[in-house]
Design a protein around this ligand. Sequence first.
Ligand SMILES: Nc1ncnc2c1ncn2[C@@H]1O[C@H](COP(=O)(O)OP(=O)(O)OP(=O)(O)O)[C@@H](O)[C@H]1O
Ligand SMILES: [Mg+2]
Length: 390
Amino acid sequence: MQNTQKPIFGNPLTILVVEDNVVDRKVLEKMISESSENHHRIKTAGSFKTACEILEKNGVDVVVLDLNLPDSEGMTTLTELNERFPKAAIVVNTGAYEDDVGLKTMGMGAQDFIVKGKYQAYGVNKAIYYARERKRFELELQEAYERLQETQSQLIQAEKMNVVGRLASGVAHEVKNPLATILFGVTYLSEKLNYNDEKISLTLKSLRESANRANEIITDLLDFASLSRLNKKEENINVIIEKAIELISYQITKQKIKLVKEFASPSLLATLDRNRVEQVLVNLFLNAVQAMSQGGELKIKTSLQVSDEKNKDFPAGTKVAVVEVEDAGCGIPEENLNKIFDPFFTTKRAVGGVGLGLAVARNIAQMHQGKLSVSNRPQGGVKAILSLKV
Ligand SMILES: Nc1ncnc2c1ncn2[C@@H]1O[C@H](COP(=O)(O)OP(=O)(O)OP(=O)(O)O)[C@@H](O)[C@H]1O
Ligand SMILES: [Mg+2]
């Protein structure tokens, strides 16, 4: 006959009892297994080290944790376990008469607590299920908070781009005509004036160079503001990569950069604006090369991936063409990481950097409903990942 006294709170769970006192461990095990209709999977550990080994190998729902173990003491046991296994719910098993300690653990990562000598079967089972539910809500809340932060920063970035785009296009249009007059005048004077005078010819040369540079910046700005016009066709990304490499081959040779290509297949097709994606790649390659003034390896890797549920940028099941660009350069200081996509942020002003490369590149990726991310590699240098829907 069924014992109707036994509680059933939900599905059977995998529970890890961490307790060095054998008697306490047996009591707990018995209470959990015999006092519920659910056939839980119960694992036990007598030390912190064993507990971690079990958690690493198995998916554990709830840990019933004694804080004082042979190899770990007090609150450190809780905080360390929580840090290493943030998804496991924890019920702290405090010493007798330590209700206040139990309460304190609730603010330090535990989801519930039981007090030695005071627990009974129903209470223990209830604490276990309560802890698991509470952990689930905590994780959901955390995820929602992260999504909110991400959306907020995307909105701020979009607004920045919008303002800069409008400003840039206004200024660029105004400056373009007078600049054309200057360029025309310099060319005219160069033809008419006496070339034997070295000072005059040097002055004209430097005027022409400066005007050309200004013209390039203005063209960049106009480009930046006119990204809404894309000319998309089905293209082979590998071919675009080769073309972009060709455009910077001079810098690659000059700086003795070792180029390593890892293409997943001979052809990686996606619908995109060829010139714009080439522009993104040139910007990424140039940044990589510029970061390796002492030489180094530039690695370009392509792959076709299918996004899963964990991917926040594409719906699950989307086919995505991924280009990874890695360098072994100086890397990006931590404090600059959230500024590198800002229009006009540059650490290369002295050598002609404008700070539009990554801002434009990310804008182009987003116009394709794609994604561009840049981060430091653990081994040094930077990794940029461009993902485009196939
Ligand atoms: N691969 C990299 N390694 C190190 N720092 C990088 C790398 N890529 C970008 N950065 C940092 O990000 C900043 C912004 O890059 P971005 O390409 O937007 O502008 P820029 O290269 O300075 O100028 P330009 O407009 O000529 O591209 C750079 O000045 C540099 O500090
Ligand atoms: Mg750049």
